[in-house]
Write a protein that binds this ligand. Structure first.
Ligand SMILES: [Zn+2]
Ligand SMILES: [Zn+2]
Ligand SMILES: [Zn+2]
Length: 217
């Protein structure tokens, strides 16, 4: 769902601990990014710290610039700085893009007290897919095409607007993120089922013959 970072380098230094190197890798296993603490899938930067512990970073978190220029905020008229920790100890801070919690890596505007996830900051202003254009807006102006809501919390945050069969349709960015998560999880579950499904059948047939003295049906 996010704009891909073009040609990410195969190895980088960790922003917070430059002596540590992170390697670019791809895996189907979901992870929590140690930068923004949001879920991630696919391509990532990783460091094996030993003892079964690894650091993972989204490419957009690992390669995030120190400042953000965003079209919805006047192309740089408001100053956003990348912080590696929340700007204050206040609990319950939320991204002004998607409305979901912000933890650690965040673009912050001190003047207006705004926060944006590094991932939300990379959402393109315009997406063209299958000949249809989706435009990023401050918020939906009609019920969201996915959740049907136009008064709830998600309606206070960014949405994509598009024409579909001659009608304007809006989709909350939070619903878009949820869609992406559900489709990744479904893909991951299918892969795991393909990989381990046969093994679990073998185990089941062995257990069946040992415990019940019978063949697996
Ligand atoms: Zn991240
Ligand atoms: Zn966000
Ligand atoms: Zn929605």
């Amino acid at each position: 769902m996010y704009q891909t970072v073009n040609d990410p380098p195969p190895e980088i230094s960790h922003r917070a601990q430059p002596e540590h190197k992170l390697k670019l890798m791809t895996s189907a296993t979901p992870y929590f990014c140690d930068g923004c603490k949001e879920l991630g899938y696919g391509v990532r930067y990783t460091r094996d710290c030993g003892g079964g512990h690894s650091i993972h970073l989204h490419t957009h978190c690992a390669l995030a610039g120190d400042t953000l220029v965003h079209p919805l905020y006047g192309y740089g008229k408001m100053e956003f700085r990348l912080l590696l920790e929340p700007p204050s100890a206040v609990q319950g801070r939320a991204c002004d893009g998607c409305g979901e919690p912000t933890l650690d890596y965040v673009y912050h505007c001190f003047e207006q007290d705004l926060d944006i996830h590094p991932g939300c900051a990379t959402l393109p202003q315009r997406i063209v897919h299958d000949g249809r254009a989706l435009e990023l807006r401050w918020k939906a102006s009609r019920p969201c095409v996915q959740c049907g809501d136009n008064k709830g919390r998600r309606s206070m945050f960014w949405a994509y607007s598009s024409y579909f069969d001659g009608e304007v349709v809006d989709l909350h960015v939070a619903c878009l993120k949820e869609n992406a998560r559900i489709s990744w999880e479904a893909t991951y579950r299918n892969r795991m089922h393909e990989r381990y499904g046969k093994i679990s059948l073998v185990v089941a047939s062995v257990v069946c013959s040992l415990v019940f003295g019978t063949q697996w049906p």
